[in-house]
Design a protein around this ligand. Sequence first.
Ligand code: 6GU
Length: 248
Amino acid sequence: MMRIDILTLLPEAFIYLNYSILQRAQAAGLVDIHLHHLRESATGKHRVTDEPPFGGGGGMVLKPEPIFTAVESILQGEQMNDHPIILMTPQGRPFTQSIAQELSQHERLLLICGRYEGVDERVRQHLVTDEISIGDYVLTGGELAAMVVVDAVVRLLPGALGAAGAAETDSHATGLLEGPHYTKPASFRGWDVPDVLRSGHAGQVARWRRQEALRRTWERRPDLLLTAVLSEEDKWFLGQLAAGEEDT
Ligand code: 6GU
């Protein structure tokens, strides 16, 4: 079973993890998620976790002592370098499906949620092993980002999605966007489901899906085609798309 520890000033925010697939994964014993309130590791009457920055400037900076104390207590008895200690920060490496896959291979993860203007640099230099951002925009804290990472990682754990929901064909798992999906009714307000999907020809369905994934990726995220693993047939199909675009 994977264990995920989350260090935060806002453990209440993590209610999202108590629902749906994340809830079932915990109930099924695939993952054990522990929330830790950073404030409980702060000392003194007021348990202060942040202070103004040295040198002036706006905002508050998270102090190093409560974070070091909390992480050392959470990982007590463990070799510190054995498990990723991840700081959630807009300055981190951009989160991707392949990072989610990499993280899902670990038996233990520790996520630290930054807040305010930032975290004391010594946390970065001497405690964390990784820094992750979920995109090029600024959030008020790392909590939403940590939930994004936990969600993306946990759904990859074997058994989390059940037999039906195969993570292997997800958008991005293949390096491509997924194509369209349809369900009943076969005709809705005169808009019909493509015949091939109702034909019962598994081979033709698979080929159509691959081509629609290529088409959608070509239209929306051509950058992904540079790194996707493509067969000769895929390349031929993309050539057809490119040729079609030249005509118009
Ligand atoms: Cl991980 N934290 C914050 N505060 N903002 C972000 C982020 C993380 N990733 C993108 N924006």
